[in-house]
Design a protein around this ligand. Structure first.
Ligand code: ZN
Length: 175
């Protein structure tokens, strides 16, 4: 049985422990022990998800000014959600035959750089530009992960609400 070991995280420089059973697991799946602490590893694993940071940028289809979770310095082509969900462009045009003689990730990267990205997850928003991962909002501001709200601001997980501010995971039910 391997011994536990204290390491210094290469990212935050904090001490962390690798337990004997963790070493056995890393041996089993044939990967080296981690050099980042558990919290830094979690942050790195979750970094793919941006839900609340919105950037100003141009829509690469209409050239209009839009808000997006993808910052303008990124190499991706980004379409406003109204265009992205519309028939104004045809996703089939971006289809590529898979080339078995080339590495998968090389081809996947090429596809990611060519295919238009959705600027933010949004559907049917009226006067609610600063919202994300949301649908059916009217006159809302900084509302995330929310649906069917009107005249609300500063909320997360807000559903079927009206005139609500500073709420988290709040739902009203129609009776
Ligand atoms: Zn760390």
């Amino acid at each position: 049985m391997p011994q536990s070991a204290q390491k210094i995280c290469q990212n935050c420089q904090q001490k962390f422990i690798i337990e004997p059973e963790d070493f056995l697991f890393y041996e089993k799946i044939k990967v080296p022990p981690p050099t980042f602490c558990p919290e830094c590893r979690l942050i790195r694993r979750m970094s793919w998800r941006n839900e609340k940071s919105l950037y100003k940028r141009k829509c690469d289809f209409s050239k209009e000014n839009i808000f997006s979770v993808i910052s303008p310095d990124k190499p991706f082509k980004v379409y406003n959600y109204k265009t992205w969900w519309s028939d104004e462009w045809d996703p089939i045009n971006y289809g590529q035959a898979y080339d078995f003689s080339k590495p998968f990730f090389e081809q996947f990267k090429k596809l990611l750089l060519e295919f238009p990205w959705l600027n933010r997850f949004a559907t049917n928003l009226v006067n609610s530009d600063y919202c994300m991962n949301a649908a059916h909002l009217k006159n809302c501001y900084l509302i995330f992960y929310s649906n069917y709200n009107e005249d609300c601001a500063f909320g997360n997980g807000l559903h079927q609400a009206k005139d609500c501010f500073d709420n988290s995971y709040f739902r009203t039910y129609a009776v």
